[in-house]
Ligand binder design. Structure first.
Ligand SMILES: [Zn+2]
Length: 321
């Protein structure tokens, strides 16, 4: 067991952990099937790692200890990572009084083009940042400063993918430069000027949440036009596998043009700790909770909502991609 442990008294966090574990477990079992059919052994292995993530929990002295898979498709590990980024970046970003939020997209594409586009977008973005970094070095301009995340949505009606960058920049001028460079460097048939968006940030915390949210949406409305009506959402597993595969080994979240003044949240210590007076808990899928091996108690007491139960049992689509 590693780390200093999470606080057991935080009931809400425990419930949220159970919910995320339930979603991830069901999703990942289907991802394993999909990746097996596609004969992608490395992904099958990674998905199994996530399946085992935090199956065993040890509690001691009000703290929870477990091992984490740290994979991108694990919603439990992702939420921990998000919290770390928020803690590290928010104090600094709060000083950017003229911050702008920029969305850079390309036109929707079919699955087979996704890896090439993800590569191309990252490469092009890197080139733009480099150009201004060099200008700054030669004292002929300034470096662009911001944070960015790469995301991808799936459109189940058209069966297309929409990879895009969410970017927070220090000021409007930097946003305009990025936008102009993006539109000039990408052939017009691949990008539409109207699909790009540059808006002033009123709430920097909300903007940062938007950026660290996720690399891909887990739940998708079957038809976006119907989203105003109360429609059930689906998990499109094969499409998710395509997105995870295209983003494998890529830096989804990154900063450019600045360094953080100091590391505010230290990485969890990797010391091996020997725990005495500890209790053991095992994840029990039927209960969507961890069960104490000795007493039979449940850890979080979390109850799945009917909507989530319905999605996890009836709305997993493994074909559409
Ligand atoms: Zn995990």
């Amino acid at each position: 067991m590693y780390g200093d442990g999470s606080d057991l008294r935080n009931v809400e966090a425990l419930a949220s952990r159970s919910k995320r574990k339930a979603i991830t477990r069901v999703m990942v079992l289907s991802l394993i099937d999909v990746a097996t059919k596609k004969k992608k052994g490395d992904r099958v292995k990674a998905y199994w790692n996530t399946y085992h993530c935090q199956n065993r929990i040890v509690t001691h002295d009000g703290k929870l200890h477990t091992t984490y898979c740290k994979n991108r498709f694990c919603t439990v590990c992702l939420s921990i990572r998000k919290a770390t980024i928020m803690n590290n970046y928010l104090p600094y970003l709060q000083t950017w009084e003229d911050a702008y939020f920029l969305t850079l997209t390309v036109k929707a594409i079919p699955a087979y083009k996704l890896p090439r586009y993800v590569n191309g977008m990252l490469e092009l973005f890197g080139k733009i940042i480099d150009k201004y970094r060099k200008k700054d070095k030669r004292r002929k301009g300034f470096a662009l400063e911001g944070i960015r995340s790469l995301e991808c949505n799936f459109n189940p009606v058209k069966r297309t993918y929409n990879p895009h960058f969410h970017i927070l920049v220090r000021n409007r001028e930097m946003g305009e430069i990025l936008l102009t460079e993006w539109l000039t460097r990408f052939p017009r048939k691949h990008v539409s000027p109207l699909a790009q968006k540059l808006v002033k940030v009123e709430d920097r915390e909300r903007a940062l949440i938007e950026i660290v949210k996720y690399g891909s949406k887990i739940f998708t409305e079957p038809d976006l036009k119907m989203a105003t009506r109360k429609t059930s959402r689906y998990i499109y597993v094969s499409a998710l596998d395509n997105i995870f595969s295209a983003m494998q080994g890529r830096r989804i979240f990154d900063r450019f043009g600045f360094n953080l003044p100091e590391q505010r949240t230290p990485e969890p210590k990797q010391n091996f700790r020997i725990l005495v007076d500890y209790e053991n808990w095992l994840y029990t899928p039927k209960l969507f909770d961890w069960v104490n091996i000795d007493s039979g108690e449940t850890l979080s007491g979390y109850q799945l909502t009917n909507e989530l139960k319905d999605i996890l049992s009836n709305r997993i689509d493994c074909d559409l991609q």
